[in-house]
Ligand binder design. Structure first.
Ligand code: PRP
Length: 175
C-alpha cells in the first residue's frame, strides 16, 4: 500500500494564528520564572520552534524521544524511551510540547514517567488532538485543534519520515 497527499486540513496561516493564541494561553496560566519546555521528538519540532519564540527567553528547552509507531500508520501500543532528557526536572514547572495526541498512549506514559522525577508541575500543550474523535479521556491543558480520526502529515508530522517539512497539516490518501 502506498500513500500520497490528499488535501490541506489546516493551512499554514491557521496554524500560525493558533500558535500565537496558544502562546498567550500558556503565558496566562503558567506563571513560572524558569519554565522547562520538554519537546517530544521528532514531530513537535516546528511547533516547538514557533511556540518557544513567543515565550519568555528565560524558558529552557530539553528533548525526549518516545517511540510507539515504528514508521507505520498506527500505534504499536509499546512505548520506548529512545532519548532521555539531559537535565533533572525535580522542582521544575514543565511544559510538554507534543504535535499530536492520537491513541493517547505516548502522553499517558510520559506523564507517569516524568512524574516519578518529582517536577513541581506538568502541563501539556498539543497542537493536534484526536481525543474527541476517539473518546479518549486524558488530561490535556492546551490544545490547538481537535481533528477527525484521519492520518495527517506536515508541520513536523511524518509518514515513514516523509512530509515533515510541509508548512501545513494535510491528509493522505491511498494510491
Ligand atoms: C507520534 C506523535 C506523537 C505520538 C502520538 O510520534 O508525534 O508523539 O505519535 O500518538 P499516540 O497518542 O497514539 O501515542 P511517533 O512515535 O510517530 O514519532 P515521531 O514524532 O518521531 O514521528
Amino acid at each position: 500500500m502506498s500513500y500520497e497527499l490528499d488535501r490541506i486540513l489546516i493551512s499554514e496561516e491557521d496554524i500560525q494564528k493558533r500558535v500565537r493564541e496558544l502562546a498567550k494561553e500558556v503565558l496566562a496560566s503558567i506563571q513560572s520564572e524558569r519554565l522547562l519546555v520538554v519537546a517530544i521528538l521528532k514531530g513537535s519540532l516546528y511547533f516547538l520552534a514557533d511556540l518557544t519564540r513567543l515565550l519568555p527567553p528565560t524558558c529552557e528547552i530539553d528533548f525526549i524521544q518516545v517511540s510507539s509507531y515504528h514508521g507505520g500508520k498506527s500505534s504499536s501500543g509499546v512505548v520506548q524511551i529512545r532519548k532521555d532528557l539531559d537535565q533533572s526536572i525535580e522542582g521544575r514547572d514543565v511544559l510538554i510540547v507534543e504535535d499530536i495526541v492520537d491513541s493517547g498512549i505516548t502522553l499517558q506514559y510520559l506523564r507517569k514517567f516524568l512524574k516519578t522525577r518529582k517536577p513541581k508541575s506538568v502541563a501539556v500543550v498539543s497542537l493536534l488532538s484526536k481525543r474527541q474523535a476517539k473518546n479518549i479521556v486524558l488530561p490535556l491543558e492546551f490544545v490547538g485543534f481537535e481533528i477527525p480520526d484521519e492520518f495527517v502529515v506536515g508541520y513536523g508530522l511524518d509518514y515513514g519520515e516523509l512530509y515533515r517539512g510541509l508548512p501545513y497539516i494535510a491528509t493522505l490518501r491511498e494510491v
